[in-house]
Write a protein that binds this ligand. Structure first.
Ligand SMILES: C[S@@+](CC[C@H](N)C(=O)[O-])C[C@H]1O[C@@H](n2cnc3c(N)ncnc32)[C@H](O)[C@@H]1O
Length: 253
């Protein structure tokens, strides 16, 4: 199996998400606009989505990967800072957790809530010097990347040798029954609930788009191949409910 271009699953994941935009070139601006428009609702919708376990799970994954005091963590696609918040709790120093994101509205919330340095940048072009990071983390954003190979290449570039990438992502369960349940809950109930609670159609669109991208996303074995093809070694993946996936990869020494 080769990189994104060589994998049918990966290619499908990088293709259009039906009904949201008609030209792949429009994807980055569509994603940025969608998160800019729905930033104010993101934390609430996320609470619903994870049934309140989001912070616990994020910290658990970071701790398992070895994030600890004094380490420099670059949280790519940091959004409102939900993963960065947990990195900060483990690293312990505001100046050593940096958040990067393409959406200025999401970043403004992260900065207000956490007081960490933030950079408006795409994962595919990070304005950071090579080898500075002990960890590059990315929560629930792989499936939004316009160019996954370039984003992983950037992560590898800014990591120090021996540093690690930690990725949290979701994909639809392979078991038909589990997939049906997930479609019902994440694809139908949650968008409806989001609309009901926020009274804002943008929150519903965000949830609907989330499920479309999860449904289209590549399974864990393909993500692991793509990580290896982009230069990471010791790649592992732990999965929960065949829905939540926690990937770790190391930059070779
Ligand atoms: C689902 S949110 C995840 C936020 C956060 N990491 C978390 O764990 O909750 C996805 C974020 O990825 C950002 N994003 C999407 N594509 C991006 C890209 N190519 N480069 C940087 N950020 C991107 C969006 O603006 C959004 O804030």
């Amino acid at each position: 199996m080769s990189n994104v271009e060589g994998s049918p699953d990966a290619a499908r994941s990088q293709a259009l998400v039906d009904g949201y935009y008609t030209d792949p070139e429009r994807r980055p601006s569509f994603v940025r606009d969608m998160f800019n428009r729905s930033a104010q609702h993101y934390d609430l919708v996320n609470q619903l989505f994870s049934l309140g376990s989001g912070a616990w799970y994020r910290r658990f994954c970071l701790r398992q990967a070895g994030v600890g005091p004094g380490m420099l963590v670059v949280d790519v696609a940091t959004g409102t800072g939900l993963l960065a918040r947990e990195a900060l709790a483990l690293a312990g120093d505001r100046s050593t957790v940096i958040g990067a994101d393409v959406s200025e509205a999401m970043l403004a919330i992260a900065q207000r809530n956490l007081g960490i340095p933030v950079i408006q940048a795409t994962a595919e072009a990070l304005p950071l010097v090579p080898g500075i990071a002990d960890f590059v983390t990315m929560g629930y954003a792989l499936r939004h990347m316009a160019d996954l190979n370039t984003a992983l290449g950037e992560a590898l570039r800014i990591l120090r040798p021996g540093g690690a990438i930690v990725l949290l992502e979701m994909s639809a369960p392979r078991n038909k029954f589990a997939r049906m349940l997930a479609t019902l809950f994440i694809g139908l109930v949650l968008p409806g609930l989001s609309l009901l609670i926020t009274r804002d159609a943008r929150a519903r669109t965000l949830m609907q788009y989330h499920w479309q991208t999860i449904l289209n996303y590549m399974p864990p074995d393909v993500v692991m191949h793509v990580m290896r093809d982009n230069g990471f070694d010791s790649v592992t993946c732990k999965s929960y409910l065949d829905l939540f996936h926690h990937y770790i990869g190391r930059k070779p020494l």
